[in-house]
Design a protein around this ligand. Sequence first.
Ligand code: FPP
Length: 251
Amino acid sequence: MTEHSLPLNPGKLPRHVAIIMDGNGRWAQRRGLMRVRGHVAGMESVRVVTRLARRLGISYLTLFAFSEENWQRPAMEIRVLMALMRSYLHRELAEMRDNQIALKAIGNLKQLPEKVLRDLEQTISATAEGARMVLTLAVSYGGRSEILHAVKTLAKDLVAGRLKPEDIDAALFSCYLYTAGMPDPDLLIRTSGEMRISNFFLWQLAYTEIYVTSTLWPDFDKEEFIQALLSYQNRERRFGLTSDQVKTENG
Ligand code: FPP
């Protein structure tokens, strides 16, 4: 299928799609495999979704790859996830550069093993010129920690007299978050059917459309992604207004 035959409205695509990639462990366990095999299989979905997002012209794609809470998983699983991250960075670098994708990473990156952090930083700097899509990996990421980090930095600026309390509004606060300069997600996709946001983007999801599918992440393919985008295109985003007001605004 080419992008021209997709039943999507190209004028109504989300600018920023964020994904909670869940269900790798269950995917593997259902097949009698070790959980980590699910993460390996999930890498293919990462590739498929990234390629399609880029082809469609989605400007920002954020993938929740590893949460702060995930550090409590068995050491072997963490080791495999970190190794997968490194092999992903090595394997995808050329494609990212060819497709003008800029990689970014958000989270408490200092917690990452040195080699993972080094590879991440190298890939981020090698793709920094990419102007067609920003691919953000949320790693060692927690929404509450992000907000606390922002509050502490902001408090330092207040104490130092660089800011006045009356300067603080939502736009200014957003500049202190890891996502500074990025639009809030228009669409959040969560796989594997759980109806929660799991400490992801607590500030940024205020008006995001949420799409939950029971499909497990390794089974999330091109068609599933298109279904999520179609569902988004059929939503009426009201941002607190009435339906009539939105219709008047949109002409
Ligand atoms: C959730 O499934 C998934 C994760 C904790 C990791 C997601 C990571 C990848 C897809 C690979 C690394 C990604 C990149 C971009 C390098 P789960 O293990 O919680 O599944 P379960 O709920 O069925 O146990």
